[in-house]
Design a protein around this ligand. Structure first.
Ligand code: DGY
Length: 330
């Protein structure tokens, strides 16, 4: 081993899933010792703690809770945590900052995929695709019927976007093609991009009563927890359709269930909920006017490849003390 670099001289990375797209893993393998968790589920706590021990970098995702215990288990070698997600509320940023550990995430590369899925679930909800599909199997499809399985079209309607960041804006751009009459958005500040899209900002209390579709793309934070509460659902039209593709935690789910059960709103389409995964016997899943899908917003093939690549590059650049493609300011 005279002067020859051995594998033990390479930085080491723990990757919390074996099915991370190859593009990311191959990049890491060029310069690091890579250890992959072996199962296609989130590693149990003990395995996460074991896996991260002594590593220089952690490649994780939103299902891995990265808190003080994980930082402690990793020890002083840990230089960077890179999450294959745009959301980062699963990482204790204070703790990372205290220890001078860099944190990377994957904004931008999933914006289109999540916006596309938002349009898909909006249509699946408004045109009742899953409900109609079930009718084929449960005997409900007896013949063509004039009023059967009808739902509102998007054309000519008012769409409100709550959380007008990258994903909210992209969703509006995609929906433009459907002939929306008016886009409204709410949020703390004016967005210059809104004028190209033709969107107006209104306080939430004025926006909700006007909207036929309410789309939530709010980032999760202590301030947005249970943002959509009973009071806000009560401001919506009885014909309103509510769509959430951001985080389940921004909705008071009991208030949503009540609004769906009482007809306070027409329907909801959710890619995110509480908890995830949702138990199959959960009340939310028994509501015919609620479409639920399992947090697949960013699951475009292209976006997942890009997310894996950005996450790997975040790790490699951080390990070399170079600017990361997407570093969170701590
Ligand atoms: C994210 O990136 O935060 C999504 O929720 C998962 O891709």
């Amino acid at each position: 081993s005279l002067g020859r670099p051995t594998s033990s001289m390479k930085p080491s990375v723990f990757v919390t899933r074996p099915d991370v797209p190859d593009v990311g893993i191959n990049l890491l393998k060029e310069r690091c010792d890579v250890e992959l968790w072996t199962k296609n589920i989130a590693p149990p706590r003990s395995e996460l703690l074991k896996g991260v021990t002594g590593k220089s970098a952690l490649f994780c995702n939103i299902a891995d809770k990265i808190d003080k215990e994980v930082f402690d288990a990793a020890g002083p070698n840990l230089k960077v945590i890179a999450t294959m997600s745009v959301g980062y509320e699963h990482i204790d940023l204070e703790e990372a900052k205290k220890r001078d550990i860099k944190v990377g995430y994957t904004p931008d590369v999933l914006t289109y995929a999540v916006a596309e899925l938002t349009v898909a679930i909006l249509l699946a909800t408004s045109r009742r695709l899953f409900e109609a599909h079930r009718e084929i199997f449960n005997g409900g499809w007896t013949s063509w019927s004039p009023s059967w399985m009808c739902g509102p079209s998007i054309k000519g309607k008012t769409v409100g976007i709550v959380g007008f960041g990258r994903i909210g804006q992209e969703t509006a751009r995609l929906l433009k093609g459907f002939g929306v009459r008016q886009f409204l958005y709410s949020g703390r500040k004016d967005h210059p991009e809104a004028s190209d899209i033709g969107a107006f900002r209104l306080p939430i209390e004025e926006l909700l009563p006007q909207c036929d579709f309410v789309i939530c793309t709010l980032a999760m934070s202590p301030e947005t927890k249970h943002y959509f509460n009973e009071k806000l659902f009560n401001l919506m039209k009885p014909s309103a359709i509510f769509v959430n593709t951001s985080r389940g935690g921004v909705v008071d789910q009991d208030a949503l269930i009540k609004a769906l059960e009482t007809g306070q709103i027409r329907a909801a389409g959710l890619d995110v909920m509480t908890p995830e995964p949702i138990p199959p016997d959960h009340r939310l899943l028994s509501l015919p006017n609620c479409v639920v899908i399992p947090h697949i917003g960013s699951a475009g093939i292209e976006s997942r490849n890009d997310m894996a690549e950005v996450t790997a590059r975040n790790i490699l650049t951080a390990l070399e003390n170079k600017p990361m493609p997407a570093e969170l300011k701590l």
